[in-house]
Design a protein around this ligand. Structure first.
Ligand SMILES: O=C(O)CCCC[C@@H]1SC[C@@H]2NC(=O)N[C@@H]21
Length: 244
């Protein structure tokens, strides 16, 4: 698959969107320096040099719910890649919808952006940020957000962004083929097997509304399933907080 390695960029997601129309197939874009990274829900994503910032741009077929499944493919790929390069003792887990945790803190985030027409997604950009060398200052993240961590800070391990991209791209390919052959089932099962706080009480927050319940799993579109005091609730988009 095509790779573009840039010395610096505003946001690899923005660059991927700009390139999308001129590409003939899927491509990975890796930046050594990202100066205006974006996070989920309009947040900024800080990227000290040495951290991993890359985006995959592709032209999937399907509607937005089908495209959203790729965020689980991406989270699995990042988890696999870190395990391959960092070894089996790394204490990794996944947090809904697509964060990768290390020792219970946030190590990596994933941001899907898409354009479409007539209910179909025409361009999908999957942006991945991994704190390889440094995590943002805890004072800069929201008060009740998970503690940001870096791979080097937690373990002393040093992984080059280019090597991580090779491993993520290979793992993504494997999971994407699984999904093409067998549907979302294997992706969901693998994701749940690595999920933090499964069957425990968590809180899903969307703006001012808050739902607390037992984390039962995810449905066919990847939506969060909670059992709450008012029964089963399926939540398509939210920020998840751990604890009761
Ligand atoms: O909020 C999150 O957890 C998602 C963070 C996603 C950050 C990555 S870094 C590479 C890509 N380019 C961006 O501007 N954002 C994503």
């Amino acid at each position: 698959m095509a790779r573009h390695v840039l010395d610096r960029v505003d946001s690899t997601n923005s660059h991927a969107m700009r390139l999308a129309l001129s590409l003939t197939g899927p491509a990975w874009i890796l930046a050594r320096r990202q100066e205006a990274g974006r996070g989920r829900r309009g947040r900024a994503w800080a990227d000290p040099p040495g951290n991993f910032a890359a985006s995959l741009v592709m032209r999937p077929t399907g509607n937005p719910a089908e495209a959203a499944r790729f965020s689980f493919v991406a989270a699995l790929a990042v988890h696999d890649a870190l395990r391959t390069l960092g070894g089996p003792s790394l204490n990794l887990a996944l947090k809904w919808p697509n964060d990768v945790l290390l020792n219970g803190g946030k190590l990596a985030g994933i941001l899907l952006e898409s354009t479409g027409a007539g209910g179909q997604v025409t361009t999908l950009v999957i942006g991945i940020g991994v704190n390889l060398v440094a995590a943002p200052d805890a004072a800069l993240v929201e008060a009740d957000a998970l503690r940001p961590v870096s791979l080097a800070g937690e373990t002393g391990l040093q992984i080059a962004p280019e090597d991580l991209l090779d491993a993520i791209a290979a793992a993504f390919d494997v999971w994407q083929r699984q999904m093409e052959a067998f549907g979302f089932g294997p992706i969901r099962n693998a994701w749940l097997a690595r999920a933090a706080k499964l069957r425990e009480t968590i809180t899903a927050r969307t703006g001012a509304s808050e739902t607390q319940g037992r984390f039962e799993g995810i449905d066919e579109s990847g939506a969060l399933i909670l059992t709450t005091a008012r029964g089963r609730q399926v939540i398509a988009a939210a920020d998840v907080h751990f604890g009761g």
